[in-house]
Ligand binder design. Sequence first.
Ligand SMILES: NC(=O)c1ccc[n+]([C@@H]2O[C@H](COP(=O)([O-])OP(=O)(O)OC[C@H]3O[C@@H](n4cnc5c(N)ncnc54)[C@H](OP(=O)(O)O)[C@@H]3O)[C@@H](O)[C@H]2O)c1
Length: 258
Amino acid sequence: MKKPETIGIVGGTGRMGQWFKAFFEKKGYNVLISSRRTSLTAQDLARQADVVIVSVPISVTIDTIKEIGPYVRKEALLMDFTSLKQKPVEAMLEYSKAEVIGAHPLFGPGVNGLKGQVIVLCPARGEEWLPWVKDIFAEAHLEMTTPEEHDTIMAIVQALTHFLFITFGATAADLSLLPETLLRYSTPNFRALWERITNLTTQNPEIYASIQFDNPFYQEKVLPMFLKHLENLKQIILNRDAEAFMEMFKKIESCCKI
Ligand SMILES: NC(=O)c1ccc[n+]([C@@H]2O[C@H](COP(=O)([O-])OP(=O)(O)OC[C@H]3O[C@@H](n4cnc5c(N)ncnc54)[C@H](OP(=O)(O)O)[C@@H]3O)[C@@H](O)[C@H]2O)c1
């Protein structure tokens, strides 16, 4: 199995970058990091590392890949951790000659290890590095798919879920009810939802904005469909249409069965 001598993380001073730096170092690898604050430039890192990982904000991912891609060696592996996969993988293929695997860790830097976590892999060019990637992330559950399918699924799993949390939180804020009051009267369902919304507000809004702004499938299909259902449910409620309400429940029930 091909193994790297050196792993380089562009954006290695960031939250995910620091998490994976510690992860790889614990496994005994030499890890280089670069950012706008390091003396090592991203281009020098790209020249030196056998595995180059791009872990910068989504908004600068494509420009970063354009900048470093030509310096990643042909026999090296170029990866990214971006929360969207289609455009970064296309850019890695276009601007480098290296082997390419898009990756999306479906967790944040608060987790203690890979056990119980999911990582999505989108192998896009070459096959030599995949065994090492599978081996190093073996503690996680790995899902292999295409960048297109990844972004289609994330339109629901991430974008629509965050949309719900954001609009729910904004509605509660407009009603000017204190969180302490809401929590005093809370049901288990409300407490679980409120915890998620509170957690969202402690995160970097930039990632959440990109997940809403940069996924074409979400914007063209999922969001319009969701808004249609909101309007439909509103009409059902205003018309006190019990039959249509039951129909909606039945439709959800049949969809939720695994
Ligand atoms: N956080 C999460 O929960 C999470 C989960 C899954 C995937 N991801 C993905 O992981 C990637 C990194 O996220 P993060 O949360 O670690 O972000 P972050 O904490 O903001 O770190 C970003 C890193 O990129 C560098 N950077 C920022 N602007 C740059 C620029 N213009 N040019 C070059 N480097 C720049 C930063 O350092 P300097 O400011 O010093 O340049 C820093 O090292 C994103 O693509 C995100 O979608 C994040």
